[in-house]
Design a protein around this ligand. Sequence first.
Ligand code: IVH
Length: 666
Amino acid sequence: MATEQERIIELRKELHQHNYNYYVLNAPQIDDFTFDALLHELQSLENAHPEMYDANSPTQRVGSDLQESFEQVAHVYPMLSLSNTYNKQEVADFYNTVSKLLNGEEFEICCELKYDGLSISLRYEDGKLVRAVTRGDGTRGDDVTANVKTIKTIPLVLQGNDYPVVFEMRGEVLMPWKVFDKLNEERRQQEEPLFANPRNAASGTLKSLNPALVAKRSLDAYLYYLLGEDINIDGHFERLEAAKRWGFKIGEGMRKVSSLEDIYAFIDYWDVERKNLPVATDGIVLKVNSLKQQQSMGFTAKNPRWAIAYKFKAERELTKLESVSYQVGRTGTVTPVANMEPVLLAGTVVKRATLNNEDFIKSFDLHIGDYVYVEKGGEIIPKIVGVELSKRTAGMQPIEFIKTCPECGTQLVRYEGQAAYYCPNDMGCPPQIKGKIEHFIARKAMNIDSLGPETIDSYYNKGLIKDVADLYCLTIDDINEGGAHQKSAKKVIDAIEKSKQVPFDRVLFALGIRFVGETSARLLARKFNDINSLRNATAAQLLEVEGVGDIIAASVVSFFADEKNIALIERLESYGLQMAMPVIEEGPKGNVLEGKTIVISGVFTHHSRDEYKAMIEQLGGKNTGSISAKTSFVLAGDNMGPSKLQKAESLGVKILSEDEFLEMIK
Ligand code: IVH
């Protein structure tokens, strides 16, 4: 019978292998359910054996607590960039220069795809990932290890036994198109600013201070450069093949060639085929294969002389701008949209492109009737990138941004420092009213799933609802179409009734305060507990909440300054919606923790960190931030920080799991 400690080691090994099979090889050998069950078993055993902590355990991939900031670290080898070429002649020039620098010696070129993400440097020691650093300024970057550990294609522990003791692996962190599309769709629905392309989305994600959020975003990574002393393989291609055996995901299609023609063929092939890849690429990279030859060629101040990038041309077409329409969103933002003569671009017919805002229109001095260049580069939504002025004729009119709302006629406003115009008639402008109700009933908000946009539209048009509170006044008779739809009407009313139990944080999100997304709503609800405290909070108090910046704080303050919003909230409250976080069940009373000093660390399942803090105080204990000899015990959730763990162990401070703690206070 294996001991629990042995089982932990066995499970870690198995799970690393399954992870590799699934994410790197795309060839899972067990189903998701079994994987989750094994991971769960490991997590429970690790909770019971904090002494077996391993920073590289498969359980570390879920991401832990919020970090305060990233540590800046110096790169052991600077992270250089490549010089770019844009046509085959420049590629030929590179090829000839290489030949000259090598005095006519034979050489091979390794051709690779150029991945369009952000570069990362991974340091491995004794087969374990010890540090992941962003490029930064090339000399120093941010230590993003905790975030990188959540990327499933990056091995935490290597396979085989012939890897170097210490080395660095460099590559690109990417957000796959599918993840990017889904993320932007969610942001569009919440009227949060969209990411322009997967690179920005990956970068924003990797630099997030919340590793648990990074874990949810499913980033990917392709590795393309092995660096280190004492690696006895001369070919770059062969080094990457070795790295593949150690568990790294190496870019697709890597090829070794020895003629310019083969390089051109590689370029032509991938210029088309890259569109079928799951991630964005923006060119190809050519590297002299032999490291000995690379060394003899050396570097300029910024780039290696032995490699270049060839950038693909973004596909671009010229078409006529026929008119501009304006869309009004749920929060009143007015977005101008270009209607163009349909044109075929990168395989799809394009007839609309966003014009973003007034400044964008002015920057191109756009006129109706202009011929504009549209491009699909790293972006999925086509963009206007220029105007063909030679095609402009006399009498064409510059675009004047509308002054009044196209939907309700209200005078538009543009707030200082913001690019967008808004329609301020938030309670009377149809798309805003309907948009707000649609947002309110969404799954992540009030989850009234028997209603959808069409039903909202029809109720609104019939005058049954003018705001979200009206939903709670609907009766079966109002919506059963004279008795014809009794059953579905009852379902709707039941779902509305049930939504009264939705917790306060989601109600807050459902209210649709501009810029307050799901996460900030949760953080605000936890911090302020109820709607009145939140209403009375000053901007400075709001800014104390993690993840709340100036824009959100200002938006919350202005939302609560509006009497119409207060009246709406009061109505919702009177219908029985949750306007406060639940009080912890009568509060555990007594003084079981009298005189105890307790440190909280990690991520919890049953209650939030703030709730645990409140419990400790209610029971007479004291919660402190750092472990010392005076600490009575540490209340540890998942992924307790390694330095805290070490400190607790060295001082002999007891560690209690969440369950043990709850048992203790009953
Ligand atoms: S090699 C010293 N290979 O492109 C050479 N870079 O400006 C190190 N990139 O910063 C880079 N795909 O972020 C290399 N297959 C590839 C690449 C690649 C993407 C990125 C990398 C680098 C930039 C070049």
